[in-house]
Design a binder for this molecule. Sequence first.
Ligand code: CO
Length: 213
Amino acid sequence: MEKYYQIFEKNKKWVEEHKASDKDFFKQLAEGQNPDFLYIGCSDSRVTAEEMTGSKPGEMFVHRNIANVISNTDLNAMSVIEYAVSYLKVDHIVVCGHYYCGGVKAAMESKDYGILNPWLRNIRDVYRLHQKELDSISNADDRYQRLVELNVLEQCINVTKTAAVQKRYLSDGYPKVHGWVFDIKTGHLIDLKFDFEENLKHIREIYDLGHSV
Ligand code: CO
């Protein structure tokens, strides 16, 4: 069968499996969502937010783009953060990168990627911020994987710079921001131990949006 039609067959099977274990499964889903997590990850087809974390429908609000970039002028990403933090009131925001990320690889190449250039610029900026450390890594593969990690940490900072995160954290003590890397060779998630409180303190010295005017 053509791959396109197989999708619908798989969907039918998925529906039956869920109904078999809980006949009201979809009825309950329709009633609303109350996720604890906002997951921000790469669009890469190998990095499956829900599957690799064992999350069920309703447990994770998901935003994915090329190389898990959070740009201040990206209305899509900013809307996702605002909605997740202020309305869904998630407790945790995770930025999850992955080793061997094609977006990060492209940003390391001296090449014109056309319409992708402004997007990749975000990652090139991460390189510039950490140029000294990255250039000191002689092995090209190690340098590539380190940029994946540094990109995650910089995007955690970008999430922390938003008014939505600062305001709600100051009043509720949540959400907290975390940085992960998915190790595509082993399947394991690595917590990069982004120090949210410490970073927030530094960020608020300049990007203080925690109080209304
Ligand atoms: Co990627």
